[in-house]
Design a protein around this ligand. Structure first.
Ligand SMILES: Cc1cc2nc3c(=O)[nH]c(=O)nc-3n(C[C@H](O)[C@H](O)[C@H](O)COP(=O)(O)OP(=O)(O)OC[C@H]3O[C@@H](n4cnc5c(N)ncnc54)[C@H](O)[C@@H]3O)c2cc1C
Length: 414
């Protein structure tokens, strides 16, 4: 791998930047691999990277039907945090955030992590009470959390209108929360995995599974049959469709989740603001755009575009909090297909089909989980048992009724 350094950048700049090699190869698929990972999003690429780096399993292919990062990993609003309510979730997401904190150095790729704080607002006494409970629960899980008064919030976010239709009474903040550049996370993992020998094969759709003696033996793809001893599904918005091809039913609902950005402006907001009550969240990107997101659309869909009512509702909500943003022009709007489980907790681990592993159900909040998801899935595949941090996230929890209801900490909170 060509290492990026100040010296290397300067040397290449002087030579007109003509000597850079591609960040990853474009290989033709081999007849077979030890592990095939389906889905070239952040989770699939991170799984392949950690398989090669931590477990020495380098005969790995990532099969992506489009281009890497073309799914939700390149469409999200980049929020990273670990202040989930239940101890199992907090432990997992904090593991992920810790990996994020060292990721630029580890991958030799600037993922632009900016820990500017994620602030959740409370608009009623009841919500404030629930926020206190939530903040205390995360503190007990060892995750940083701080209750803020309305005056603290005004100091932190001077532009906010505290007297809106839903007045702001207070909130809580995770100061280690923030954003990181989503494309960079995908490209950083792809480049590092490629350097360790992983084949990243784009334009290669998996259309079915090959089995022998009750266990998986390969996949059929748009580029032919590829044998594999172990197969990982990391296909976000297509999880239930692909799982069905392996004879599995997964409790997933697929919906469009949209986001939008305004024209870029000078620095105006240096924290991430979330309101569950008015169903919107807002931040400012490093390019200066105001990034706005809200709830998922109310109906099931596999279309990568959202409906107008959610867009309008989300903008109206943000303008209540920031009336001055009404002067901004909206530049772009887009959507991704999110796979939501009944308890809004992911599904990770082994499946009833031997050799087949699943990583899905991230819904609206799996970007923050990419390092943790990849790290624990690689360990799970390498040892054929769930990593200790994901034992509660298995598909079999739905048989046992052992749900982890993170509805309040996920959803619009992202
Ligand atoms: C608008 C929006 C905002 C969001 N905001 C946040 C946020 O702020 N913070 C956060 O933590 N999360 C957020 N999320 C959620 C987050 O983006 C996802 O949970 C995460 O990116 C999932 O990563 P992944 O690698 O599992 O899936 P993806 O990145 O979607 O990758 C799956 C890949 O599988 C490929 N694929 C599908 N079927 C096949 C097949 N048959 N064969 C081969 N390849 C296949 C797809 O093309 C895709 O590239 C947001 C999502 C959206 C849509």
């Amino acid at each position: 791998m060509q290492r990026y350094s100040l010296l290397n950048l300067a040397r290449n700049a002087l030579r007109g930047n003509k000597d850079w090699r591609p960040a990853w190869r474009t290989p033709t698929p081999k007849p077979g691999y030890e592990v095939v990972v389906i889905g070239g999003g952040g989770h699939g690429l991170a799984t392949a990277y950690y398989l090669a780096r931590e477990h020495g399993i380098r005969n790995v292919a990532v099969l992506e039907k489009g281009w890497i990062g073309g799914g939700n990993s390149g469409r999200n609003t980049q929020v990273c945090r670990s202040n989930y309510f239940y101890p199992a979730s907090a432990a997992f997401y904090d593991h992920s955030l810790k990996l994020y904190e060292g990721l630029s150095r580890e991958l030799n790729f600037n993922i632009m992590l900016s820990q500017r704080g994620v602030l959740s607002l409370a608009h009623s006494e009841h919500e404030l009470e629930i926020n206190r409970r939530w903040a205390n629960a995360t503190l007990m899980s060892g995750v940083d959390s701080e209750i803020l008064t309305a005056a603290d919030i005004k100091k932190l976010v001077p532009r906010i209108n505290l007297e809106s239709r839903y007045p702001v009474l207070g909130g809580f903040i995770q100061r280690r929360g923030g954003i990181s550049r989503h494309d960079a996370v995908v490209w950083g993992y792809a480049r590092a995995a490629n350097a360790l020998g992983v084949d990243i094969i784009q334009n290669c759709e998996v259309t079915g599974f090959q089995t022998r003696g009750g266990r998986v033996s390969g996949v059929s793809t748009s580029q032919g049959i590829i044998a594999a001893d172990r197969i990982v599904m990391s296909v976000a918005g297509h999880s239930s469709v692909l799982a069905q091809r392996a004879g599995l039913r997964v409790p997933i609902t697929t919906m469009a989740l949209q986001a939008m950005v305004t024209e870029p402006i000078k620095p105006a907001l240096d924290t991430i603001l979330v309101s569950g009550a008015i169903h919107a969240y807002v931040s400012q990107s490093d390019r200066g755009e105001i990034v706005i997101g809200g709830a998922a659309d109310a109906y099931n869909s596999y279309a990568q575009r959202g409906g107008l009512p959610v867009l309008q509702g989300t903008i109206a909500a943000v303008l209540e909090l920031f009336p001055s943003f009404s002067r901004l022009r909206l530049m772009r709007q887009w959507a991704g297909m999110v796979d939501i489980t009944p308890d809004t907790t992911p599904i990770m681990g082994l499946t009833p089909v031997e050799g087949l592993y699943i990583n899905c159900g991230w819904g609206t909040g799996g970007f923050k989980a990419i390092p943790g998801g990849g790290h624990t899935m690689a360990d799970t595949v390498a040892h054929n048992r769930p990593h200790p941090l994901i034992t509660h996230f298995g598909l079999n929890r739905f048989e046992r009724g052992a749900l982890i209801d993170e509805g309040a900490a996920a959803g619009v909170a992202h």
